[in-house]
Write a protein that binds this ligand. Structure first.
Ligand code: ADP
Ligand code: 5GP
Length: 199
């Protein structure tokens, strides 16, 4: 078990992390859609709810998609060592609450983190047993279509996210597994199989 410490925080205590899956991929590729589809059939997959300084989108609720916090509250989470990892993404900060993840892993449950590339790297450093899964778009054009078509971000935010997407796509080889999100149903089944849950 590694004792590497992300961003100067307290070390992660030794726990069984083999059931930990990290799903990353460019914004708009379909991560949330795939995870929601999978969890509908398999609610036993525990999904970590991150904290973020981003404002909620219409329909998003505190404690469901995210814990929506302000900058000061996020600073406190960092200072108190409450985050397993955190990163700044396209102008907002996002972080994984540490304790809940460790508790669910301790209970032997399959745990899923849906986080960005920087976060995936930090988790791999502190928990090398974690399986890193990259969700790739069928093409760049399709990624742009999905991100734009979602209609949740202003054009300048879409630009920032596409800029980040180029970096993320270039890092695909760092992941243990890559899945292409052509069909939500197929890719959900592939993800379940990776987590060794019977479809
Ligand atoms: P992410 O969580 O990666 O940012 P979302 O899950 O919000 O992405 O998906 C972005 C958009 O792409 C949404 O409008 C979603 O309905 C659509 N989408 C997701 N997967 C597919 C797919 N396999 N084929 C077509 N559209 C998809
Ligand atoms: P969105 O604003 O579209 O919900 O998320 C933007 C990006 O932040 C996505 O790539 C998402 O996976 C990532 N993200 C969400 N939660 C976390 C987290 O806790 N840590 C990190 N590092 N990234 C996160």
């Amino acid at each position: 078990m590694s004792s590497a410490v992300p961003r100067g925080e307290t070390p992660v205590p030794p726990v069984a992390t083999s059931r930990l899956t990290v799903l990353s991929g460019p914004s708009g590729v379909g991560k949330s859609t795939v995870v929601a589809h999978m969890r509908k059939a398999h609610p036993e997959v525990w999904l970590s709810v991150s904290a973020t300084t981003r404002k909620p989108r219409p329909g998003e609720r505190h404690g469901v998609q995210y814990f929506f916090v302000n900058d000061e509250e996020f600073d406190k989470l960092i200072a108190n060592g409450e985050l397993l990892e955190w990163a700044e993404f396209a102008g907002n900060r996002y972080g994984t609450p540490r304790q809940a993840v460790l508790e669910h892993l301790d209970q032997g449950e399959p745990v899923l983190l849906e986080i960005d590339l920087q976060g995936a790297r930090l988790v791999k450093e502190s928990m090398p047993e974690a399986r890193l899964v990259f969700l790739a778009p069928p093409s760049w054009e399709e990624l742009v279509r999905r991100l734009t078509g979602r209609g949740t971000e202003a054009p300048e935010v879409i630009e920032r996210r596409l800029e980040a997407a180029r970096t993320e796509l270039a890092a695909e080889a760092e992941f243990d597994v890559s899945l292409v999100n052509t069909s939500v149903e197929e890719v959900s089944a592939e993800l379940l199989a990776l987590m060794r849950i019977d479809c």
